[in-house]
Write a protein that binds this ligand. Sequence first.
Ligand code: G3P
Length: 223
Amino acid sequence: MWKTPVLIVNFKLYASGVGESALKLARILDKIHQEREISVVVAVNPLDAYRIKKEVSIPVILQHADAVDFGAHTGRINVDLAKEYNLDGLLINHSERTLKIEDIDFLIQKSKELDLISVVCANNFRVAGALAFLEPNFIAMEPPELIGGDISVSTARPEAIVETIEAVKSVRSIPVLVGAGIKNGEDVKKAIELGAEGVLVASGVVKAKDPERVVNDLVDGMM
Ligand code: G3P
């Protein structure tokens, strides 16, 4: 398990989050992890994952995997492949890649079996509570309407953070992360004060002119 609080940076499919740019950004995040001794994880494109994993010491996870075993599947990526390439885990059910509950369960159980970390996303507290029964390592709540915007979940929906933590903890003791619109250390600080054990960030870092400055500011909010 990763030490908390944890900062997960989702590179998505931003042009600045793939290929050489992805490697450069992952190296910056690795450096900040070492300098500030904070848990940092990168969620990257599958084509970049293998190379990034070889170049950095921080955990590298997939943004998605398909709920299938090895076999006759075309254009799919599974959890076994993530394991084979020495990756550390996966995001499951991100708002931009939602899955049916049976597939979420398959991916969580398969991750456990292969000793990979599962971070399951939920769009609200009810879904978060329901997903807690599946016992992922982390539950990440992101209100979809705030993703990619400038107003953070901490500012716009503080009650949603509290409700999610209550819903999850009433089922299992699973750490809750939050994301959507997080741009600065103040947003992170508020989320942590409300009980979150980490944050997921994408656009604020991946599209930033100076990602190193932004990430150091985010980390200030975690200290
Ligand atoms: O996975 C994190 C992501 O959905 C949050 O995106 O751009 O609002 O930080 P963003």
